[in-house]
Design a protein around this ligand. Sequence first.
Ligand code: S3P
Length: 450
Amino acid sequence: MADPTRFDPFGALRGVLRPPADKSISHRAAMIAAMGTGETDVIGYLDAADTRSTLAAVQAVGARLVGESATATLAEDDGLGAARLRIAGVGLRGARPAAIDVGNAGTLLRLLPGWLAGQPQGKWTLDGDESIRKRPVDRVASPLREMGARLAARDDRLPPLEVEGASLHGITYELPAARDQVKSCLLFAGLLAAGETRVVEPLPTRDHSERMLAAAGAQVRREGDTVVIAPAERLEPGRIVVPADFSSAAFFIVAATIVPGSDVLLHQVGLNPTRTGLLDILRRMGAAKIEIADVAEDGGEPIGDIRVGHSELQGCEVGGADVPLAIDELPLVALAACFAAGTTTIRDAAELRKKESDRIATVTDALRALGGQVEATEDGMVIEGTGGLRGGAIDSHGDHRIAMLGAIAGAASREGVEVTNMGAAAVSYPGFEGDLGSLQQGPPLHDPVH
Ligand code: S3P
């Protein structure tokens, strides 16, 4: 792949596509299938670097790919850019000891220890790439220890993380910040603990784990702001359907909103309300041409089509409950804000500093390099909209979402954008450049978006 990669403005984005499978749901599908008794069909598993790490991890602890998926490569997909897998689980208490390479996958790093910690027969080590070695694990280690788990981390805070299985007991844990990964980790641990485990959320976070565990037979319920899980003997997921990833669709949602004349239809996208906060933020900014259609539930998750056209935007305030519902889309909110009139303030988002890169720093630097007026704050950004971006050159810093942000900025800019290390996009969206290119001069859709 050429490095840097150039993205020139090509006018309106038009066309129809199905973004790749949901990364969050794919990680959970592989882990919960591995915990399962018997075989689980995963329909539409994401074929990307992060979710390959999870598949390798569950195989390392003893889960097996069976049937056609044992010999097919992930790339031999069903034509929708998504693979079908059949995974034979090891059962809730059957994980084999292993050294696990989590690659770049923060979700794998934080969720898997919850399951492993409650299995007294084993010892596991989780480690990954240079970026993962900077991502804190104390947020899961400390509540897991309260449950009786034995864990050790570098400087008590960072990977490698060692887990020595132990007998766990349920606790009530108030999340100090709205972090789904910690909630999900404790729910996994709760399956193997004595008594109920209760996790109190300060604000709602994504709830894919609860939905998938309930569908697999776990006793999990919500009581107000608290998720409660009971210990389980076994899980039987059977079949898990993975929708297209809203966080991947988000790049085209924002692109179509900021490039005049655009009309893009995104098919079969996950519309779980704990993930779609970007739509609410864009609507507050004045994006009137966002239509949702054909919503249906499959496997406990709402799935539907999103059609987006261009709108003039105004700045807005983003903070509080917006943040966990749009955590991975906040870089795109900052991009959209550059194309708006007036000021946009993003606050309460210090968590962005702990993602695949320090996204407050990398987004601010990138947008400024392209002519944006952006100031970083401790917990967010302040963006003065100027109605557009000049263009220029940025570095992804190995962060998939920054790479794709640069590409979208290029398509929407006046002079184009060069992105160094564009290959990082493959962490969640290997076909991204092809999909963006397919929207160039696509045929007009019928019935213009209103
Ligand atoms: C994820 C949760 C979020 C999100 C990450 C994926 C998940 O992280 O940013 O990309 O799959 O659970 P936090 O829970 O740490 O906010």
